[in-house]
Design a protein around this ligand. Structure first.
Ligand code: IPM
Ligand code: MN
Length: 365
């Protein structure tokens, strides 16, 4: 098979973690005999510096022409005072909207090696494994009217039936392959838009009688995630609630530096680590590449439909962490501290080991 992947390394640590991710992507592609061509484009602050805009038409076109997009990270203090439309964040929102990436998937899974790094007690966090499905191209992020003048500022939270149906279906389909519980998170006790959202999710749930549907108000959900995260399997929610909930979910797993994400639409897909551009540690070869590397695992799973390849990456990451290796950002004195490049190499070595063990296993069968 031949695939084209557009790389948007972006700003700060983005280029370093992208390099690590591509390294693993090509290594795996080679093993599984698929051909992945990559092209690199500017996006974010780096694009603003060169072209005066954080997202050019050329970059957007390159994304339209590819099977998947990989994004490192965008943004930095340097561009914080620019007008809204020139900020790196505006480019990200435009990219999501233009590619129709309505479903943002953020898994909150605790690696056993990380149970003691969480801000929660180990007995609360161990074995936590849930996924947040965040609606990504609607809601208050994009609703009209929006604006501000000297006396007020305003935004509009609006959802159409179609927008709710498509994200809800994805959540139910995923729950069906997992523990069969969808928790819908909204604010239906106050907002009409949430009452409407909830009604539509209820309608959709009728097509998935094997999956249990629960409802939770967003403030309670925030509390429940830190109280008893094991109660969740799949969470489905709107854009702004999902933004907030997925940061909470990410943090309790030990480090945002560990978490991948996928943003999927009908025709396109974008993969990016959940963490930001961390400009303070950029260029030092100390950033943690694991979220970027596991974002590549999500790419193999969702775009290339190569679950085996994805599992191989996840297992290699778990094994490497289990062996005590950490990048400096998440390491303690007792850990074996390694650089970004070394961590990437260790993960590739583990991929090789596990791959060979599996090959021997198949052979002896
Ligand atoms: C995220 C980020 C973005 C968002 C920002 C950078 C626009 O926080 O991906 O969660 O709010 O969606
Ligand atoms: Mn966010």
């Amino acid at each position: 098979m031949n695939y084209r992947v557009t790389l948007l390394p972006g700003d700060g640590i983005g280029p370093e973690v992208t390099k690590a991710a591509v390294d693993v992507m090509k290594f795996i592609a080679n093993k599984f005999d698929v051909d992945i061509q990559t092209t690199e484009e500017l996006m974010g602050g780096c694009s603003y510096e060169k072209h005066g805009t954080p997202l050019t038409d050329e970059t957007l076109q390159a994304c339209y022409d590819s099977d998947a997009v990989f994004l490192g990270a965008v943004g930095g203090y340097k561009w914080d005072s620019l007008p809204h439309r020139l900020k790196p964040e505006a480019a990200l929102l435009k990219l999501r909207k233009s590619l129709g990436l309505f479903a943002n998937i953020r898994p909150a899974k605790v690696y056993s090696a990380f149970v003691n790094s969480s801000s929660l007690k180990s007995e609360i966090i161990n074995n936590t494994d849930f996924i947040v499905f965040r609606e990504l191209t609607g809601g208050i992020y994009f609703g009209e009217p929006r604006g501000m003048d000297e006396n007020k500022g305003w935004n509009t939270m609006v959802y159409s039936r179609e927008e709710v149906i498509r994200i809800a279906r994805m959540a139910f389909l995923t729950a069906r392959r997992r523990n069969k519980v969808v928790t819908n998170v909204d604010k239906a006790n106050v907002l009409e838009v949430s009452q409407f959202w909830r009604n539509v999710v209820e309608e959709v749930s009728k097509d998935y009688p094997d999956v249990e549907l629960r409802h939770m108000y967003v403030d309670n959900a925030a509390m429940q995630i830190v109280r008893n995260p094991k109660q969740f399997d799949v969470i489905v929610t709107g854009n702004i609630f999902g933004d907030i909930i997925s940061d909470i979910a990410g943090m309790i797993t030990g480090s945002l530096g560990m978490l991948p994400s996928a943003s999927l639409g009908k025709d396109y897909a974008l993969y990016e680590p959940v963490h930001g551009s961390a400009p303070d540690i950029a260029g030092k070869n100390i950033a943690n590449p694991i979220a970027a590397i596991t974002s590549v695992a999500m790419m193999f799973e969702h775009t290339f439909e190569m679950d085996k390849a994805a599992e191989l990456i996840y297992s290699a990451v778990s094994k490497t962490l289990g062996n005590g290796y950490r990048t400096a950002d998440i390491g303690k004195e007792t850990d074996k501290i390694v650089s970004t490049d070394e961590m990437t190499k260790l993960i590739k070595d583990e991929i090789e080991n596990i791959y060979n063990e599996q090959a021997i296993g198949v052979f002896t069968l």
